[in-house]
Design a protein around this ligand. Sequence first.
Ligand SMILES: Cc1ncc(COP(=O)(O)O)c(C=O)c1O
Length: 289
Amino acid sequence: MIATLLALVNPGDEVVVFEPFYENYGPDSVLSGATPRYVSLEPPNWTMDISELEAAFNDNTKAVIINTPNNPTGKVFSLSELKEIARLCRQYDVIAITDEIYDQIIYGEPDAPLVHHSLMTIDGMRDRIVVINGMSKSYSVTGWRVGWTIAEPAITEAIRKVHDFLTVGAAAPLQEAGAIALSLPDSYYQELADDYRARRDLLCQALDDTGFGFTVPDGAYYVMADISAFGYPNDVAFADFLVEEIGIAVVPGSSFYSEAERGSQQVRFAFCKRRQTLEAAASRFTKLT
Ligand SMILES: Cc1ncc(COP(=O)(O)O)c(C=O)c1O
């Protein structure tokens, strides 16, 4: 992401970022000299307001960052939302940078499975998109930090130049393991999603029983929950209470917003944990009811 932004964005440019956002996008834009322009995904369903998005685009807009499936909300952008974003990218000559690192962790319902759509497949986007992905989530190796970008030749050449000066390259043995992982059969990905679905359902049931407000995530492995039922002044006070008194660690919601106030009644749970850990959490939650 930082290599892409440094390669494509210049001081004075603007980058549209949906919020709440994965923490890196704002700082990555600022490090590249650009100004982030935030567009809300509104709880509880994390809906995108087209008029707010339109208002964020202007002649200084250089890029828009889309993360689907989304951290921290679990939102999966619909095809019609992606088409609206693509329309604005074409109209304002903007590059879309899509972080698709959770593309294999997507749920839907057993009788109506959800499909991950990449903006790259939408008409007119092939030459104005950088798709970013990596091994961390699909192969459960967060910490390896092996990722890749896909873009048209002129764009990828610029990104490679910057990347060479930032890190030279990921560790060679990890890249070799990645090449093997990429040839795993479809059944591997189906099992991955089914396994996360079971963990999602376990955590969501516990959150529901405890009184948190939330929308069941369609993808990724997070639940962004509303904590207003518990009467705490803010998310950090509630997170401190949870870890100290209940023994459950969460990320305060404010860390996903440009203005802390907007996330002050939200916290993010992660269910990329062993089943026993989630069951222990469910039993600890009973102290809250
Ligand atoms: C949306 C998103 N992108 C990227 C990453 C990190 O990727 P990597 O492990 O390759 O640094 C994360 C990890 O939490 C993430 O949530």
